[in-house]
Ligand binder design. Structure first.
Ligand code: ADP
Ligand code: ZN
Length: 606
């Protein structure tokens, strides 16, 4: 009893302390941001752009460059007479290394003075400012240590190991990975190497040290990595990139070291690093968390280079964002082999569904080919989830076996969200939803590239008040411009119908608008589908990279996006005005029946 009380008191005290610290930290932050703002304003007029600086260096206008390790802001002194202070300007560079690579030759030739400070305080800061600006950092660190201690998070995890000495198996085999035959074929030699390294080494064969697996989450990257370890019968040491990123400098790097030390002791083995982009993203700027990141990445590079290829350690890493990775990771002797793990195609989906239904009781009429057709774009993880949801639905409905309808429901639940039968919907909302959904369905019927409507409903699901489901019967790699434009028209059909029939618009279209805007933006900035902007990619890492397209680039993209959406909306309106009778009929049928099937919908067009 009394110990319980003590415990409670402790907790209260902890809470009180945390509250105090939070308050102090907030106050400090406010003070610091005030100083930061002041400094920013003072600095602003003396800043020059990166590109301008490069030009100035090439034109011999620079006398001296001051850099501080770990800071991406450098101070340059221009040639000329007068106080040195007056001739100084600050420039933000993407990274010190990249900058130096760019100007090194010129610097050597012209004898531009380079001052490199190891660490320290930005030269523009005055001491008083410095203390204030560091206050929140200090307080935050103290706060974090407190929280850290309280939650007992201090422990150092350096890699989960599946299968130690006593049981060297992940238990996963290639047969547990459905589809992906080509990819498995490519990886089989790794298994063979791990099983029998001597044969390869004697032959002088070079086996890749590192293999990168590219692919969306849930496509089976971890699974296939485990299967390699399982097939080879070697330990599987795994860690996620995000686990390396630590609040405290240096910890990430030391974790990498420990991970490899451990692997060396267990070799032959597999190291699996999930989400490698968390540590391996391009070393752009070098401030704060980024520089911690760099240390971790550098350590990883050191380790990769450090172990010999006869050490029989294979490092597999997975990422969803290959374009983010630092190029240094992809050099020979590191992750020099890359394998793309795609989302499954029709056959793959059927196989995955079959595999995951093995331990489930299914009705005889379940046709996996059909469900594979309905689930284009689903990943392996999503398909596994479909069957799991179907089993839950079947159990809840007290079915003997999982029925076709249960799986259909599960697919719907995952695509549009759970049915909300008990949500109270007013008559007015129902009417609005009916017209909105009828609008989507009718408009898409008149668009060449849009797939057939599978179901229209005004039963709320997830966050949506209703939904229009389309058939997905084709796996496609490329989407044409027309198709994208028409997709936007179909999306705008909902709002257009609200406006035409009820002379009112609602928030119900927010998601449609969001998706349509995304399509329009991608068309212009990624797919180069704009006549005025041209076929250039405007997808950049840092906004300053867009400067080369001129000041107006942002305006232009904005205007073009707006134009595309306006056009889509007008087209949708035109179609609906022309076929107003069908729109009304479909909306009325929805109000009556709540859900219309594919066949019922087709009837309106006979
Ligand atoms: P990733 O690492 O690519 O995010 P995972 O390997 O963690 O994906 O996949 C999650 C789950 O999805 C797996 O545990 C498995 O149940 C299922 N899965 C994914 N792809 C496949 C596949 N090709 N065959 C069988 N199951 C799969
Ligand atoms: Zn809609």
């Amino acid at each position: 009893m009394s110990s319980k009380n003590n415990n409670n008191n402790d907790k209260k005290q902890d809470k009180f302390l945390v509250t105090c610290l939070v308050i102090v930290a907030i106050v400090a932050l406010i003070i610091a941001s005030y100083f930061g703002y002041k400094m920013y304003n003072e600095k602003k007029e003396r800043e020059v752009a990166y590109t301008e600086l490069i030009t100035d260096i090439n034109e011999n206008k620079i006398e001296k460059i001051k850099m501080t390790a770990g800071s991406s802001s450098i101070t340059v002194t221009y040639k000329g007479s007068g106080e040195e202070e007056e001739r100084q300007k600050t420039v933000l560079v993407p990274s010190l290394q990249a900058f130096m690579e760019l100007v090194q030759d010129k610097v050597d030739k012209e004898g531009i003075k380079i001052e490199l400070k190891q660490e320290g305080i930005n030269p523009i800061l005055k001491t008083s400012d410095t203390i204030f600006s560091m206050l929140p950092t200090i307080l935050l660190v103290v706060l974090m240590v407190m929280i850290f201690k309280m939650q007992g998070l201090g422990g150092d995890s350096n890699g989960k190991v599946y299968g130690g000495e006593e049981n060297k198996k992940t238990g996963v085999k290639f047969e547990d990975v459905a589809g992906l035959d080509e990819e498995k074929g490519e990886l089989i030699e790794i298994v063979d190497f791990l099983k029998n390294p001597k044969a390869y080494l004697d032959m002088g064969a070079k086996i890749p040290k590192g293999i990168l697996l590219y692919g969306k989450p849930g496509t089976g990257k971890t699974l296939i990595a485990k299967a390699i370890a399982g097939e080879a019968g070697v330990p599987f040491i795994s860690m996620s990139g995000s686990e390396f990123i630590e609040m405290f400098a240096g910890l990430g790097a030391s974790r990498v070291r420990k991970l490899f030390d451990k692997a060396k002791k267990m070799a032959p083995c597999i190291i699996f690093i999930d989400e490698i982009d968390a540590i391996g993203s391009r070393r752009t700027s070098s401030s704060g968390a980024e520089s911690e990141n760099n240390q971790t990445l550098n350590q990883l590079l050191v380790e990769m280079d450090g172990f010999a290829s006869n050490e029989t350690i294979i490092v597999l890493a997975a990422t969803n964002r290959p374009e983010m990775l630092d190029k240094a990771l992809l050099r020979p002797g590191r992750f020099d082999r890359q394998i793309t793990i795609p989302a499954p195609d029709l056959n793959g989906r059927e196989e995955i569904l079959k595999l995951h239904s093995k331990n489930k009781k299914l009705a005889d009429d379940v046709d996996f080919r059909e469900f594979a057709g309905d689930t284009a774009g689903f990943t392996g993880a999503e398909l596994a989830n479909v069957l799991n949801e179907a089993a839950i639905i079947a159990a809840r409905e007290k079915h003997e076996v999982i029925t076709k309808a249960d799986i259909e429901n599960a697919v719907k639940k995952i695509t549009v969200g759970l049915e909300k039968h008990n949500r109270v919907v007013s008559e007015k909302d129902k009417k609005l939803t009916a017209y909105h959904e009828a609008g989507h369905a009718v408009v898409s019927k008149f668009l060449q590239t849009q797939t057939d409507v599978k179901e229209v409903s005004i039963i709320p699901r997830g966050l949506a008040g209703g939904y229009t489901m389309y058939k997905t019967n084709e796996d496609k790699f490329y989407i044409s411009r027309t198709e994208l434009l028409e997709k936007m028209v179909a999306l705008m059909g909902g709002r257009a119908a609200e406006k035409i029939s009820l002379n009112e618009i609602s928030t119900g279209a927010s998601n449609d608008i969001e998706v349509a805007t995304g399509i329009a933006r991608d068309m212009l900035t990624i797919y180069g589908m704009s006549d005025t902007l041209g076929q250039i990619s405007l997808k950049v890492d840092e906004p300053y990279e867009l400067q080369m397209y001129g000041e107006n680039i942002f305006n232009e993209v904005g205007n073009q996006v707006k134009l595309l959406i306006d056009n889509a909306y007008i087209t949708a309106q035109k179609i609906l005005i022309e076929h107003r009778d069908i729109l009304d009929q479909v909306a009325l049928a929805l109000l009556e029946k709540e859900t219309i099937s594919e066949e019922e919908f087709q009837e309106f067009f006979k």
